[in-house]
Design a protein. Sequence first.
Lengths: 76, 263
Amino acid sequence: LVEVRIPDDFWDADLQGTISTWIYESGAQVSQGEVIAETLVEKATKDLLAPASGRLVIKVRPEELIRAGDLVAVIE
Amino acid sequence: VTSTVVGESHALESVAAPILASEGIRLESELVNRVCREGRPRAAVWQARRALIVTAREARMPGFAQASAALAARETPVLVRESGGGAVILGPGVIVLSLVDVLGADESGAPAPIFRGFESLRSVVEQALAPWNCRVAFGSVRSSYCDGRYNLTLGGRKFAGTAQRHRAGANHAVLAHAAVMVDCDVAEHLACIARFLGSCGLEGRFDPASCLTVRDAAHGARFDDVWRSLESAVDQWLTVRWGSAAACLLRHPQRLSMDRPRT
């Protein structure tokens, strides 16, 4: 099981962002290094990459507020 | 009209005559891909034919397809961009600055890379408007369109919306872009955006007094002069970012016209 977290250097610690779009649905097979979601903070969008290959299990809904370091999904 | 080519390729794309907004979005995407691939900053200064540019979030709203069709029937096509924020109108009189920088590996853990992109836009625009004694500031502006902390403002009123798109690749590219309202009907723009958002089921109440154009602030400023000044400031930004005295400027002679564009 590999955790998918918002990388600490994605945005400043005091900011809250969101997952604006999940590219895949929960349960989909994803490959390491693939873009799995688009994040949004301060009108800046950034790609979130899969840290491993496997089955994606989404833990956070789009538009839900998150911070850098938060768990947003796992890959089984 | 001059066309200067230095080194392996052009760095600044300058397109004065209005292009299709879809072409402008594609140009930005190409620049981002090149920066990802090559690791050197790029930029564009361009003007589009009239269009409403929305975000992916707005495009997911239930009423989007119908609202888009209705607006397109009134000669305002609706396009989706990859950066954040909210809906903006592009068109004659609105100059788009697209700065694509590269985030170095040693900077990836540095704080505030997002701020740096917005600050590049602010400093470039402030330099360009210096001849008109305009002081450009950041700020959220209540009742303005596409609001955010990094709006570009003059005297507390918004004249440019800003947003960013980061893309990882061989290099980490950061597109920071601004739609600078130089000479356009602000009230009409806001009314159009409000109608569209309302049709999509989103709130869109704007106050025309929240915004202004460069011409409003810089009394007597001519569009062509502002264009050239913005182009020059972006060129200088590129020169610094390339770390060389050889700024690379490409104007497109086949499309270049300093005449005020027609809709």
